[in-house]
Ligand binder design. Sequence first.
Ligand code: ZN
Length: 500
Amino acid sequence: MKLLRIITLMSLPVIVSLAWAQPMMPEDILEQSAEAMGGLERIRNLDSLLMTGFSQTLGQDGGSAASPHPSAPGKWAAQNSVQRYFDLDELSAFQTHRQGFLYPFALAFGHAWLPSAQVQNGIQALNHPLTALKAALGNQSELGAVSIEDDNIVVEFTINSGTRLWLGINQVNKLPAWVRWSGPHNNLGEVTYTTWFTGYVPFEGIRLPSGFTTSIDWRDNVITEFHVDGYEFNVDLPVFESASRGFGAGEILDVDVTTVAEGVWDLRLVTEFQGVETNGTAIVEFEDHLLMFEAYGSEEDTFALIDTANTLVPGKEVTRVVMSHHHFDHSGGIRAAVSRGLTVISKRENENILREMTSRPAPNFPDALARNPQPLKFIPVDEHLVLEDDSRRVDVYEVIGHMHMTDAVFAYIPQERILMQGDMFVIEWDWHWWGDNYMDSIEYFDLDPAIDIPVHGRVATFAEVIDNINNQVTAAREFCAQNEAAGIYMAGCPVKYSRD
Ligand SMILES: [Zn+2]
């Protein structure tokens, strides 16, 4: 009977609220909200809007923290000098800003305050009350159910692309309180986003929010906080043209296969815009299966690598994957790997986040795992795990002293002296903030590597690795010194390194 009582208690307030709310026609609710913002006609006659301010965004939706723990401190980036233009006839937006990371990052672009310009179409432009209301009231939208959630009346609407949104409207002041939508996600299957509109201030008679906070339905993470410092109406719009590509590498053109030793291969993705990093995986042959190191990037990336690996030895397929650490780029193909029945090997502390990732449904944006749900098969690593049969031995070890990723593993083939790793060292990095970890890990486990197969970059000799780490540490120190001379105290400075 306990279950029944809970259901009754939960449904009671909704019934009461429904009885209270007077006009419950969605059009009426939206029009009342437009009146509360400054007048329906006034809003309809606005052609454009410029919103300026600054924001902070959470890296990888919270998937880039050092630890996979739900309460681990997040890695934030700052966007300053933000100009977000809205075309209120087309319901599109265009944002320019300069971005800097608020944590030490290994590639210089992360700290260069580089300009960015992004065109936002469709749903991306609708996380503002003016565009959301205009879209909901537009004659190409279809209005849906009305419901109550806490203090807000919620109007569901579908825009002409078929995308569904929900607009929450405060029952007391009738102003839009939030907008909600969902989208596909590499690591989490599908994610629901809610952008809250807070601190309404009148600008030339129209009430507009001074704050925007976007959270997701994974760990309730806040992923964006936007602070407005001003609005201008009916401005001249610039040409909406994207000018930055970010990390996206574009279409996969090919997979390069290199034999590193007998039964050990390096597979690299060849992509349309080979970016600052090239990504790949090591494949290791055992008697009856292949082992893969990392399911990097996305479903597409991981399937390209698995499918290529499965052609290397007749009759042998990839059945196991080592995940070096949980960061969402490094675990972007985990759902894909699990959908193919692969067993995941990683640090024990990653089990919870792996279960979170692989158990989420994706009903509206079904990926391979949603289409073919499989349970997570997980082999935990504490300090050391040996994978061995008559033909091969691979040791999986805990990474020592890496403050960028606290629950990480690397793998080592003792016979060929091959080390496989993700983010312990990358030859393309400009700066190394955690340069000790590579030698610390080798010395701690008494290893003698000759060859390094990384997730990012290319196969390198051990001598190249050590040379490059030294150069990258020196460059990071120079960066710190330049900033300090200018009175700027960067996160990560001074560089901690004890191997001079
Ligand atoms: Zn990485």
